[in-house]
Structure formats: C-alpha cells, structure tokens
Design a protein around this ligand. Structure first.
Ligand code: BES
Ligand code: MN
Ligand code: ZN
Length: 490
C-alpha cells in the first residue's frame, strides 16, 4: 500500500537553515512581519522574500495561499515557499496552508519553518493529506515523497499535538487505498483480509461467511453477490474503548467491490468507476482505524457488507423476490439498485446484535445524488434531527460538504410492489430519496439513524484541496469528530 507520510518535529535552529536541503517553507502574515526564521531566509535569498512579501500580489493573496520562490538558498536548497498565514490561524486555514505547501513542493524533501506558529499540527495534517499518492501499480517513477521536517519552537508539544491528527491521516489513507484499489485486487476476500489486519490495533474483527449469512437469513444481501465468483461477506469491527456497559454507536458501509449493474447491466462508458462502489465500507474502515489508532474512549462497531454485483447464469433476475433478514420480502425490479439490498440486511443485523445508541450508514448509493448535489456535498437523510444536526456540525467543522435531504411517506409510497412487501426501486423522480426510504424500512423507529449518500464525494476526477485525483476519504474526519464531540468520555 501507499506509504503514508509521517512528519517529524524538531527544534528551530536558525543556524541550520543555511544547510537545509530540498524546499524551505516559511510563514508570513503580511508585509513587514518577518519573524526570525523568515528574516534568516530573506538574507539567504538576498532580499527576495521581502520583495515578494511587499509586492501587490502578496497583498492580494488570500490567507493560506502560498508562492514559490525558485531561489537557490544555498547549494542544496532548491527554493522557498512563502505562505501567507497569521501566527494564530484557524484550523481550516492552517490545513489548507499545509496542503498548499505539499502541492508546491511536489514530493520534494521539505523543511517547514514554523517557529512559534500556532496549529503547526494542522499544517502538518493538511500537508500529509495532500502528499498522499496512490502509486502502487506503477512499475516506473513510483518515488515515495521526500521527508518533511517541521522546525518548531517546542517540538515535544507539537509532536504530542500532532498525534491525534496522525491517527486521522492514517484512517483517511486507509480509506483512500481501499477505494482506489482496482476490483481484481480488492476482491471481497482481499477486502476482508485487509480489515482483519486491523486487529493488530486492538479492534475485534469478525468475518461472517456465506453459510453464516444464509443461516441469519440475509436473502437480500446474498442475492446481490450470487452471480459473482467472489464470496459475499459481512465484516464486523468492534472498538470497545469506552465503558463496557455502554451501548455502541454503529457505522454501516456499502461494500460493493464492483458494480456492473448485474443483469440490469450498466452501459460500458465509465463502468470502470464502479471500482469505488465500496466507498461506504472504505470510510467505515478508515474511521475504525482512526478510532483504534488514537485509542478513543468510546464504543463503536463498524459493519460492512462486501459483495460483487455481476451478471451470470446464477445472478439474481429482475422480478425475483427475496426475503430479508428482517423478514420483509423484496421484489428486485432493477438489479443495479443493489446497494440498498446489501445495506437492508446489514442495518438489521447491526440493530439486532448491538442495539446501538445511534447508527450511520454510508453508501455510494445513487447517481441521482450527483445530479442533485454534484460533487460538493454528500446527501444526508435522517429520522432524527439531533443526530443529523450533530453530523452536519461535525462535517462543517471539517469542511466536508454535507446537505440534509427530505424524507416522507409520499416518497415511501413509490416502493409499493404488486407481488411483495416492497420493490427495490421507485420511479425516476427523487431517486436518492426513494433509496433512503427503502433503507429506512430496515431501521427501527427508536434507532437514531442517518444515511449518507456519498456517490458524488467518495472519489473525484479532479484534485481537491486535500486530495489528488481519485479517492478523497470524505467523511473520515467528520465521523471521527462526530464521535469525539458527542459519544466519547472525557
Ligand atoms: N453504485 C451505483 C450508484 C453510483 C452511481 C455511484 C454513480 C457512484 C457513481 C448504484 O448501485 C446504482 O447503480 N444506482 C442506480 C439506482 C437505480 C437503478 C434506481 C442509479 O443511480 O442509477
Ligand atoms: Mn448499482
Ligand atoms: Zn452500486
């Protein structure tokens, strides 16, 4: 897997700056405010830093943005990144500044000269998130990023402050690696194996195989994978870092390792993108890794349904009727509406087994959510205003776009079937909402629940503030914060 970048923090040593190799990054709030390290770099560049900082373009530059001076500071250093940043930046601006540095340094060894800058650990997180590169499958040019060293006035304090953020980066990288991985490599079995590895961090990982799922009566989940040679699985990851007596919070993820559509086959164009259809399961896995890495004082159980949706002689047909673990029967009208069939049984299993205090599921569930919200926001559907608002607050703090969508009986009515308790699709109108209504039929009214439709945000064709093209890891930060702020002791 792609090696994550771990920044190191060392004490500021102004005399060492002249011998630093690679790229130097300095922070300047505005013209006339160079600190001791910036003044040192300014002298080494024969005044180029001061000239930039006093220019119109620097004055017009937004906070958190940066400019590269390709000025050789010494024989070894190749250039200086001048970041416009106050000495006490907001968390979000500090992270964006870090991401800017990563972008401009472009994988080269970097010395980030922070001095007494507040939130150096947030600069480090932004930088690490943007440095990530999924390059496992290149045989050439797969260079790992150069080392990044932060020079700070108090390295012990900075190292400690950066610990929780390191756990977040680890979780996000885990999610991105899973989502970026092609489906011939990340089969259901390989996915389960990678989750099993998390037991090294103290998570209890259980893998439920097809015979067990059959015994549990998961006819809805099992019908999706029945056309594939990869066996369907449910993987349960328990993190019990809180009081033993406390009910856990549950996270549930759609893990369709590849979605061809099944017999209701998708068109060829763009089908390769369906390698990311396990994005919900990927985020659940990433959050569990973060919680275990930072030893969160809380009980959270992560459950993922891993299946592959393939057409074959054994595949489920349009018109087939299946019985869910809950007992309700489902007429499968469209085999491409498979995510909800998987989640129905995992949601029910989660409630029956754990009686969770709250439950959030994530899924790349509908193309319709991309029509509605684009790639800027995930759709948030909920039966509980308090939980939905707590999630929206956490997502807002982490600048992960999320937008509440409506639900209601009129939408649910679209799911009436002539031959079974429900059908798996409504009509064309409000496709994301009828999908959410389908899921809600498998949520007990007393369980506070949110469904996050992440089809538009899990993976992008363009780079974003904190990620290169491809998997974003959207939601790992927001869910980690939701748990830390609402469901965690001390
Ligand atoms: N995995 C897709 C949804 C999707 C589409 C995710 C685009 C990411 C990008 C899902 O299983 C699906 O095929 N949904 C159908 C539902 C329809 C048949 C009711 C869709 O959105 O077209
Ligand atoms: Mn589908
Ligand atoms: Zn799908």
């Amino acid at each position: 897997m792609t090696s994550p970048l771990t920044p190191t923090f060392v004490a500021t040593d102004i005399d060492q700056i002249k011998d630093a190799t690679g790229i130097l990054a300095i922070f300047v709030p505005e013209a006339g405010t160079l600190d001791a390290t910036a003044r040192r770099v300014n002298r080494l560049t024969r005044g180029a830093v001061a000239r930039l900082v006093e220019s119109d373009s620097f004055e017009k530059m937004a906070e958190g943005k940066a400019s590269m001076l390709a000025y050789p500071v010494n024989v070894a250093a190749e250039g200086v990144i001048v970041v416009k940043l106050s000495r006490r930046p907001d968390m979000g601006v500090a992270r964006k500044a870090g991401a800017m540095i990563a972008k401009l340094a472009d994988g080269k060894e970097t010395h980030v000269l922070c001095g007494n800058l507040r939130r150096a650990e947030e600069v480090a997180l932004g930088l690490a998130l943007r440095v990530y590169d999924f390059n496992d499958h290149f045989t050439k040019d797969a260079t790992d990023p150069g080392a990044v060293t932060f020079m700070v006035n108090d390295p012990d304090a900075a190292t400690k402050a950066a610990e929780a953020n390191g756990a977040i980066a680890d979780g996000v990288f885990f999610t991105r690696d899973l989502v970026n991985e092609p489906a011939n490599i990340l089969t259901t079995t390989e996915f389960a194996n990678r989750l099993d590895e998390l037991s090294k961090l103290g998570l209890k990982v259980k893998i439920l195989e097809e015979d067990e799922l059959t015994k549990l009566g998961m006819g809805s989940l099992l019908c999706v994978g029945q056309g594939s040679d990869s066996p369907s699985k449910v993987v349960v990851m328990e993190w019990m870092g809180g009081d033993k007596a406390d009910q856990p919070f549950a996270l549930v993820g759609k893990g369709v390792v590849f979605d061809t559509g099944g017999i209701s086959l998708k068109p060829a164009g763009g089908m390769e993108d369906m390698t990311m259809d396990m994005g919900g399961a990927g985020v659940v896995a990433g959050v569990m890794k973060t919680l275990a890495t930072r030893k969160a004082k809380t009980n959270v159980v992560g459950l993922v349904g891993l299946v592959e949706n393939m057409p074959s002689g054994n595949a489920v047909r349009p018109g087939d009727v299946v019985t869910s673990m809950k007992g309700d029967t489902i007429e499968v009208i469209n085999t491409d509406a498979e995510g909800r069939l998987v989640l129905a049984d995992v949601l029910w299993y989660a409630q029956e087994t754990y009686n969770p205090i709250g439950m959030i599921n994530l899924a790349t569930l509908t193309g319709a959510i991309i029509i509605g919200l684009g790639h800027e926001n995930a759709g948030v559907f909920s039966n509980n205003d308090a939980l939905a608002n707590a999630f929206l607050k956490a997502a807002n703090a982490e600048e992960e776009g999320a937008w509440r969508m409506p639900m209601g009986k009129a939408y649910d009515d679209q799911l009436k079937s002539r031959v079974a308790d429900m059908k798996n699709v409504g009509g064309r109108p409000a496709g994301s909402i009828t999908a959410a209504q389908f899921l809600e039929r498998f949520v007990k009214p007393e369980t506070p629940w949110c469904h996050l439709d992440i089809a538009g945000v899990a993976s992008l064709k363009t780079e974003s503030d904190f990620a290169p093209k491809g998997a974003t890891g959207w939601g790992v930060r927001a869910l980690n914060r939701l748990i830390a702020d609402n469901f965690e002791g001390e």
